[in-house]
Design a protein around this ligand. Structure first.
Ligand SMILES: NC(=O)c1ccc[n+]([C@@H]2O[C@H](COP(=O)([O-])OP(=O)(O)OC[C@H]3O[C@@H](n4cnc5c(N)ncnc54)[C@H](OP(=O)(O)O)[C@@H]3O)[C@@H](O)[C@H]2O)c1
Length: 278
């Protein structure tokens, strides 16, 4: 496993993380207290932690914080980096505080490492939200501030609104098929020591489709028998030093596979080949 400083923080996070958005059915059923496949999901997270993955992504929206709380209870808290997200309607300082307190209770922890604004909400004063987040850092309830689904200009605006702390991360849709943020957000973040958490890093599973095998076969000629999914993750961590893909972790077999091949770094010509074909 490769570990890198997570943006401007001192935490060395595994370059491959674990995402916990399952699906919309999971969210609906959770309101009825039905958690199908709960043990399997907890075991997947444990398999990841046992194999060096220390970065876990969640959100109040996903209704997976309790699952994570159960999974992490026998692990050393300070060796994990737990990132949650606040929903855009909860960005008023009071609702933000309520949301964070609820996340801490669900996660069964006294702090989250990263609290992210899930989406920008132009109807709520961002400066007030960010200042409230700074206050919660001072109170020890969260360590770092992250943004998600913000544009580069929105990120720059947010940076100018903080007084004591800095933006540590941006979470964006980024995968081998969807690279439009590379020369904008990702490069800017790399220069400014901001981590990029890549969501949909497998194109929501698209990289495993057989019609793409021939392109990945070309890479396999030099790196050996590595599955498409893992070549696709390696591409993301090889192209930039600040990218942390967070493939969904709900199945131990996939999580173990993602940990097993996590050390592979692609060469420039291999990355360029994939870029020219995909
Ligand atoms: N900030 C945002 O707005 C936002 C939006 C969407 C998602 N996210 C975050 O990003 C995470 C990842 O996104 P995602 O789950 O939608 O897309 P993804 O990780 O690109 O793709 C998930 C699919 O890939 C499969 N998979 C995982 N590892 C695999 C492997 N080694 N080989 C083959 N298939 C594999 C998963 O199946 P199994 O589950 O069966 O392993 C699942 O079907 C989410 O869990 C969430 O934390 C954030």
């Amino acid at each position: 496993m490769i570990y890198r400083a997570f943006g401007n923080t001192s935490f060395k996070a595994s370059t491959i993380g674990m995402g916990t958005y399952y699906d919309i059915r999971w969210i609906f059923k959770s309101y009825l207290n039905i958690y199908t496949g709960k043990e399997q999901k907890i075991n997947a997270l444990k398999a990841g932690m046992d194999n060096g993955i220390n970065l876990i992504d969640t959100a109040e929206l996903y209704r997976t914080e309790k699952i994570i709380g159960s999974a992490i209870k026998d692990y050393k808290r300070d060796e994990l980096f737990i990132a949650s997200k606040v929903f855009p309607t909860h960005l008023y300082p009071k609702s933000l505080e309520r949301t964070l307190n609820k996340s801490l209770k669900n996660l069964n922890t006294s702090y989250v490492d990263l609290e992210q604004i899930h989406f920008p909400n132009p109807a709520i004063d961002l400066k007030k939200t960010l200042r409230a987040m700074e206050k919660m850092i001072t109170q020890g309830k969260m360590k770092y501030i992250g943004l998600s689904n913000f544009t580069l200009n929105q990120l720059k605006r947010a940076q100018g609104m903080l007084s004591k702390y800095e933006i540590s991360s941006m979470q964006i849709n980024y995968n081998i098929f969807h690279r439009k943020s590379q020369k904008t957000i990702i490069d800017y973040c790399e220069k400014n020591h901001i981590a990029v958490m890549a969501y949909f890093p497998l194109g929501h599973g698209k990289v495993t489709q057989p019609q793409f095998n021939k392109y990945f076969d070309h890479i396999r000629e030099s790196i050996g028998d590595v599955p498409n999914a893992n070549i696709a993750l390696s591409y993301l961590i090889s192209r930039n030093n600040n990218v942390f893909p967070i493939p969904r972790a709900s199945n131990s077999t996939h999580v173990l596979q993602n940990a097993k091949y996590s050390d592979i770094v692609l060469k420039e010509d291999e990355m360029q080949y994939l870029e020219s074909k995909l």
